[in-house]
Ligand binder design. Structure first.
Ligand SMILES: Nc1ncnc2c1ncn2[C@@H]1O[C@H](COP(=O)(O)OP(=O)(O)OP(=O)(O)O)[C@@H](O)[C@H]1O
Ligand SMILES: [Ca+2]
Length: 933
């Protein structure tokens, strides 16, 4: 990809915007224990750059090795005659003249000598018993034998990791290891002093908590890994055009076999090792050969300390650290993103990088291409201007008669131009039906040629194709040179009308003669182009020129002096629903811009139809935009609504400026190879899944599977919901953090003992960490989200609103615990030896219930009604339910392990009420106005 961009667009730097987005989360997280496990699904940034460096040195080493061995080989070949290759008997019996090993040695070593020894390309084609025109035979046993001899086009899949691997990884948690050591000493010391079973309770309590934490973590990690596997599969669904038994068909790259004739077009990915049979403009990138697995770092191991009497304090200190480090954040981020990712998949958006969903949520600007994104990309020629006469050709049945009055020579020239100067193809498919292949523009023009009565194969056979210059989005034209039966050469070109017309000096008049273009005709043709474009038609001009004898494939195709054959107008209707989606974006504070390669009038007409171009909005042409100075651009860019006739680099420049000088978060949508640089530069690139080329998809972060612009809005909505969910989670977690820390720390300093014990703290940690993430990070989005303004680049992650809510709750909870600690015994009339234990249990219980109700309050940051839709969120209800249930079990039955004692009904009731009071308090706090940032 990088090299592709480099060669085609001169040093466009890849963005790695996901790195940037990931970095943002990391900054918020600060300290994270077990970064490897926590960031498992969000790429290790350090390792990434290491890997890049490693790749470079490996490439260098390999290059040297290849050069050396090539030199050695040359030397050997110079000395000894090429040894004969013998075909293994089994291969021969199956009817092939070459075995898999020999084939791969020819392909991988690029060994031309060897290739020649096998009779060159033709030789190999016959040795693998295929044919250039018909491909391999599709008979069942032939395909089976091919598979057996040569194998299939698949990598061995890495085995799915089992649940126990995740358990093992979760055990590698440093704090858990320390706690395990504590548990061990506690067991030893406890049993030695108090005997079995009484002395083992504390230790077993810690062990049980560790197991619980490990189990929950492993389950959630495991489930995520399964989900990512599914996504991976989806990502690898790539199809190619293949000829088999004479018919073109679409095959998954996994079904490819040796001998298959694969047809590549612009932007396709080469799906396998292969031999280039014929074609033009191919670029090869073998970099995937150099991919290396990144090694994981190893862990520090911890050895215990034997200060036994400090054990309890030590355990508490460790758990305070556990509580203090908000390591639930990366988990919440991954959970929330993964959840959104899965849901988005149902909504027809495939997210390729996790962080992309969140980035899309803060987007302030969308740059969309026109063709294929805003329009359906179903193109038909509806108007044509030949010999100065404008014809409507909407109904293909009467096309032929429409043109009957035109001279036959013009019609011949037209079909010669249409059928030779094309990147498309007309083939017969498996059902025996005629099928037009190629980009929609090409297909539309071929369709016109066919409905004029032209015979594709016959026209192609009549002349020889000497040179092809494929369509180039920067030049906006394509051209071919053909050799006519008499031996003379002729070039045909087609492309953006005003550009081709400008390189014409003659035109075919209604007698079929090439006459010089006079100003009146130029004006007439230009007016025609404009009138077509104003009707939202894409216009193309076809032209030809006679080329001097002796033209060879290395000569350049002429640029000037063409004779205009005619102009066609192609209709490409706007997709249904686009207008509404654009309106939603606008109300969500997202500016939508159209950046297209098409004619400015066509672009304006479509943009108006979609609601992108409004009164007073600016439409500019790429060539004009390009020449502006930095200052002019700075002033211009916010006003631009439409950019037409843009080259891939213009699209790139616009996006770059929006991102850097205007500090916008830019989403780019596109389908074509010409969109790749912009997709790459964008904060988030969205590529079309159906019409999009592989190159576009490869550069994108999200793939819109149904090619529908409204899906983009859905992506934005999910992105925003991810962002808000994580904010809610952080607000919840920070509250618990602050209170637990302050309470434990202050009372440890003042009284020498902490009200919450190690096991209790571990439980609290789980409520706010894993369970909290599960409950709050998976809220589905609502339409309200699209009525706010986007967060953009400058938004603070922890907003003032969040601080307000956190402080409000923390003060209340702190007050409750302080009051219980000092007045608790009188309040609950506690007396006797047991009173301290009961009081501590009460404090623990109240604290947990405060969190339970606070979790409900955290569902909304600004609104008072926090119950809306609560029952639709099963995960939330389940988490809350199991938290309460488990709390009851801990207090009533697990006292020995958790240092609690069963409470009376009255005491339970009081705890719940105290916890509940947090809710009206949270509601009141929400009434205090603060700035949004
Ligand atoms: N196959 C082709 N051969 C010759 N000219 C073409 C061909 N396809 C498109 N064009 C010309 O190039 C212009 C579009 O160029 P480009 O590929 O840069 O944009 P696009 O991707 O089609 O549009 P958008 O950017 O809106 O998606 C068209 O207006 C047309 O005049
Ligand atoms: Ca496009």
């Amino acid at each position: 990809m990088e090299s592709y961009l480099n060669e085609n667009f001169g040093g466009v730097k890849p963005k790695h915007s996901s790195d940037e987005a990931l970095g943002r989360w990391r900054k918020v997280v600060g300290v994270v224990k077990n970064p490897k496990r926590r960031f498992r699904f969000t790429a290790n940034l350090g390792k990434r750059s290491e890997a890049a460096a490693m790749k470079r040195t490996n490439q260098e080493k390999l290059r040297v090795a290849v050069l050396v061995s090539k030199a050695a080989l040359q030397f050997i070949h110079g000395l000894a005659p090429h040894s004969e290759y013998t075909v293994p008997a089994a291969v021969k019996a199956a009817g092939y003249g070459i075995c898999a090993e020999e084939l791969s040695s020819v392909v991988e070593s690029h060994d031309i000598k060897k290739l020649k020894a096998h009779g060159g390309t033709e030789g190999l084609i016959s040795k693998v018993s295929t044919s250039e025109s018909d491909g391999v035979s599709t008979s069942k046993d032939k395909l089976a034998s091919r598979q057996e001899i040569f194998g299939i086009n698949k990598f061995a899949e890495t085995e799915a990791r089992s649940f126990w691997v995740f358990v093992w990884e979760a055990l590698h948690d440093m704090t858990l290891m320390i706690l395990a050591a504590c548990a061990f000493f506690s067991l030893v010391v406890g049993i030695a002093t108090e005997g079995w079973p009484k002395g083992a309770h504390d230790g077993l309590g810690i062990v049980a908590s560790i197991l619980l934490v490990v189990f929950v973590t492993a389950t959630s990690d495991y489930r995520q890994s399964l989900q990512f596997k599914d996504l991976d599969k989806e990502k690898k669904k790539i199809t190619v055009q293949v000829t088999r038994s004479g018919y073109r068909q679409k095959l998954s790259i996994y079904e490819l076999l040796v001998g298959d004739i694969v047809h590549l077009s612009i932007g396709d990915q080469v799906p396998a090792d292969g031999l280039f049979v014929s074609g033009f403009s191919l670029l090869i990138n073998e970099s995937s050969l150099f991919r290396r697995k990144i090694m994981d770092g190893s862990y520090l191991s911890w050895s215990g300390d034997d200060a036994l009497e400090l054990l309890e304090f030590f355990a508490i200190a460790v758990t305070i650290v556990v509580v203090a480090v908000p390591e639930g954040l990366p988990l919440a981020v991954t959970l929330s993103l993964a959840f959104a990712m899965k849901k988005m998949m149902n909504d027809k958006a495939l997210v390729r990088h996790l962080a992309a969903c969140e980035t899309m949520g803060s987007a302030t600007s969308i740059c969309s291409d026109k063709t294929g994104t805003l329009t359906t990309n179903h193109m038909t020629v509806v108007k044509a201007c030949i010999c100065g006469k404008i014809k409507e050709v909407e109904k293909s049945s009467d096309t032929k008669s429409l043109f009957s009055e035109l001279p036959a020579s013009v019609m011949t020239m037209l079909s010669q131009s249409i059928f030779n100067n094309t990147g498309g193809d007309v083939v017969i498919n498996q059902d025996g039906k005629r099928e037009i292949l190629g980009t929609p523009t090409e297909a539309a023009i071929l369709e016109l040629g066919l409905s004029l009565g032209g015979d594709f194969q016959a026209v192609r056979k009549a002349t020889t194709l000497i040179k092809v210059e494929p369509f180039n989005s920067a030049k906006k034209r394509m051209g071919v040179v053909i050799q006519l039966p008499g031996g003379a050469f002729r070039a045909h070109c087609k492309g953006a009308s005003e550009i081709i017309l400008a390189s014409c000096s003659k035109y075919l008049n209604d007698q079929g003669n090439a006459v010089p273009l006079d100003t009146a005709t130029i004006a007439h043709l230009n007016a025609t182009i404009e009138s077509f474009a104003n009707e939202a038609l894409r216009t193309l001009c076809l032209a030809y020129i006679e080329v001097a004898d002796g033209f060879s494939a290395n000569d350049a195709i002429p640029e000037e002096g063409y004779t205009c054959i005619g102009i066609v107008g192609i209709k490409d209707p706007v997709r249904p629903g686009v207008k509404e989606s654009v309106a939603i974006c606008r109300s969500a504070g997202i500016t939508v811009r159209m950046v297209t390669g098409d004619n400015i009038n066509t672009a304006k007409a479509i943009a108006r139809e979609c609601g992108i171009l409004t009164e007073g909005g600016l439409a500019i042409e790429g060539p004009d935009f390009r020449t502006k100075s930095a200052e002019e651009m700075y002033k211009l860019i916010p006003k631009i609504q439409v950019m037409a006739r843009s080259s891939p680099l213009d699209k790139h420049t616009l996006v770059k400026n929006l991102r850097t000088t205007h500090e916008e978060v830019v989403a780019v949508t596109g389908d074509g190879t010409n969109d790749a640089p912009a997709l790459h530069e964008a904060d988030i690139g969205l590529a079309m899944g159906i019409a999009g080329t592989e190159v576009a998809k490869e550069s994108a972060d999200v793939i819109i599977l149904d090619d529908n612009f409204s899906t983009i809005v859905t992506v934005a909505k999910w992105g925003r919901s991810v962002y808000i969910n994580i904010q809610k989670f952080v607000q919840f977690q920070l509250t618990v953090n602050v209170v637990a820390l302050v309470v434990n720390f202050s009372s440890a300093c003042m009284t020498g003992s902490a009200p919450l014990t190690a096991v209790q703290l571990l439980w609290v940690n789980m409520i706010m960490d894993t369970l909290g993430a599960l409950a709050l990070a998976t809220e589905p989005p609502n339409d309200e989200l699209m009525k706010r303004t986007p967060v953009g680049r400058k938004g603070n992650f922890i907003s003032n609103i969040m601080w307000r809510n956190i402080m409000g709750q923390a003060i209340y909870q702190f007050f409750v615990i302080w009051y219980l600690q000092t007045e608790g015994k009188t309040l609950f009339e506690l007396k006797g030896d047991n009173s301290d234990l009961v009081l501590n249990t009460l404090i623990f219980n109240c604290f947990v219930f405060c969190q339970v109700f606070n979790e409900v309050s955290s569902r909304e940051m600004e609104r008072i009604n926090v119950f809306k839709g609560i029952l639709n969120n099963n995960v939330f209800v389940a988490v809350l339910g199991s938290t309460v249930l488990f709390q009851i079990i801990i207090v009533q039955f697990l006292g020995d392990f958790a240092n609690t004692t069963p409470l009376s009904l009255r005491e339970w009731f009081s705890c719940i009420v105290i916890g509940f009071i947090g809710m009206p308090i949270a509601a009141i706090v929400k009434l205090f106005p603060v700035g949004s940032q």
